[in-house]
Write a protein that binds this ligand. Structure first.
Ligand code: PMT
Length: 451
């Protein structure tokens, strides 16, 4: 963190097919291309539609991403979509029957458009063509996908993909505006060179972004109160170590990650207290926030509140060093160079772990630029933590001051790192809390067994 801090000082100064997804056994692992399994406590269902466009093949990536995020997938395709990607591919990936024609004799479910649309937690259409957008906007139900949309009781997410001219056409603009009014969430397309050679907006957005939006919608639907017995103490934001009355050493932490954990925990029934350094975003409603700007102040505030906590989460970016002396007045630029003497700050997380009593769970973060997993594992071990959340802070779309994060969770005596794809910080927060629920269950089982 000191390297970051010093950097900041100097500057001062992230046609249609349809898939049913269900949260069940979680496939816990790295990226959208890998696969190992790990159980998830959540069960949710999602439906994903794929329209007949050149980007239809990317639906397979969305499908895999959803699986890796803890979903099982079933697919139904339109005839046009089948010309761009084979139903067999999606059947193999999803492990379930792919509906192309719900009137076909091989369709195992004669009222599939109702079954799928009214038993799911989310309905995704990616890619969504101009044609399907027009049908959705006008309530046309002339095939399986459009009938499913009309019968759907779940939130709907669409990811349009089309030629830039079609995207800008007043009819498409009007239809999308109607869908927004109807509550449909839209992941706008990217700009760039299209398959037809045209340059402009219309390219299907990155599957990871579609996945992030899907997971965020799913996270909002959570209603479990599985943290009702927990009192969480969370640190967030950046500490500021003053050099004089106007200058300080700090870093780019916005406070979003810690606040997202607070918001998620609150929605799951926990009592939440946050000790925040400098933050650039508002704290979530209903969360008690104590301000502590320096590492020293944060240490004091945390230790004071610790006896009441059952879980401590250190998401703050705390300076490891501070100026050995703080000048009482603003320092003049009288010298051609300036040498600063820094001294170590107290390690809040380490001190909390050393002071742990009565089943306190201690979770740290690791902001790393290299050897991310190795360094995080070392912090997990040396600081005697229950779990650590590793961030690769060299990514521009994740980590410091971004709305999304791509985290890896390492649990002491766990089954191996849980590397999650890019997702909103709120969803990442829920995944961290899922691990805490699992850890708590494990410690209670051990206590009952006398281990
Ligand atoms: O705030 P955001 O913009 O949303 O960004 C989120 C984040 C990147 C800041 C956050 O997710 C994160 O990684 N926080 C930890 C940053 C950090 O200081 O990491 P570290 O590897 O230097 O520290 C390891 C752990 O020790 C952290 O849990 C830290 O809070 C803690 N620590 C460090 C030094 C210290 N003196 N006391 C501490 O408690």
């Amino acid at each position: 963190m000191i390297a970051n801090a010093v950097t900041c000082l100097i500057a001062h100064w992230f046609q249609q097919c349809y898939i049913e997804v269900e949260f069940r056994e979680r496939q816990a692992t790295p990226r959208m291309t890998d696969n190992p399994l790990k159980p998830s406590p959540e069960i949710k269902k999602v439906a994903l539609g794929i329209s007949g466009g050149i980007a239809a093949y990317k639906a397979a990536e969305v499908l895999r991403g959803l699986q890796l995020a803890g979903c099982s997938v079933r697919v139904a395709m339109t005839k046009r979509a089948c010309e761009f990607i084979q139903p067999l591919t999606l059947r193999a990936l999803s492990g379930a029957h792919v509906i192309v024609d719900d009137y076909a004799l091989d369709n195992p479910d004669p009222i599939a458009h109702i079954t799928f649309s009214q038993t799911v937690d989310l309905f995704i259409v990616a890619p969504a063509t101009a044609n399907i957008i027009a049908k959705f906007a006008n309530g046309v139900a002339d095939d399986f996908l459009t009938s499913t949309y009309l019968a759907c009781t779940a939130p709907v997410l669409i990811a349009p993909a089309m030629n830039p001219t079609m995207w800008h056409h007043p009819a498409t603009v009007r239809n999308l505006s109607q869908l927004r009014k109807d509550g449909v969430r839209i992941v706008d397309p990217d700009s760039g060179e299209m398959a037809c050679g045209t340059i402009g907006p219309g390219r299907l957005n990155d599957p990871e972004r579609i996945l992030a939006a899907a997971l965020e919608l799913l996270a909002k639907g959570r209603v479990t109160q599985d943290l009702a017995d927990e009192r969480l103490l969370i640190t967030t934001g950046a500490t500021r170590e003053e050099l004089d009355p106007v200058r300080f050493i700090s870093n780019r932490s916005s406070g979003r990650m810690g606040f997202a954990i607070a918001e998620a925990a609150l929605s799951r029934g926990a009592e939440v207290s946050v000790v925040a350094g400098a933050t650039s975003v508002n704290s979530p409603k209903g969360v008690r926030v104590t301000r502590a700007l320096s590492a020293h102040e944060m240490h004091e505030a945390v230790m004071k509140k610790l006896p009441k906590a059952t879980v401590f989460i250190g998401a703050a970016a705390v300076a490891d060093y501070r100026p050995a002396q703080r000048a009482a007045t603003k320092q003049k630029k009288s010298q051609s160079s300036l040498v600063l003497t820094l001294e170590r700050t107290r390690d809040i997380l380490g001190d909390v772990a050393s002071a742990r009593t009565n089943g306190l769970l201690v979770i740290g973060f690791a902001a790393e630029t290299n050897d991310v997993l190795f360094n995080a594992q070392e912090k997990l071990r040396t600081k005697n933590l229950d779990a650590i959340v590793a961030n690769d802070v060299t990514r521009i779309d994740a980590g410091f001051d971004s709305t999304e994060n791509a985290i890896t969770i390492l649990v002491r005596d766990g089954q191996g790192p849980l590397e999650l794809p890019l997702m909103s910080k709120l969803e990442a927060a829920h995944r961290i809390l899922d691990e805490i629920v699992r850890l708590r269950a494990k410690t209670e089982t051990s206590a009952v067994a006398g281990l």
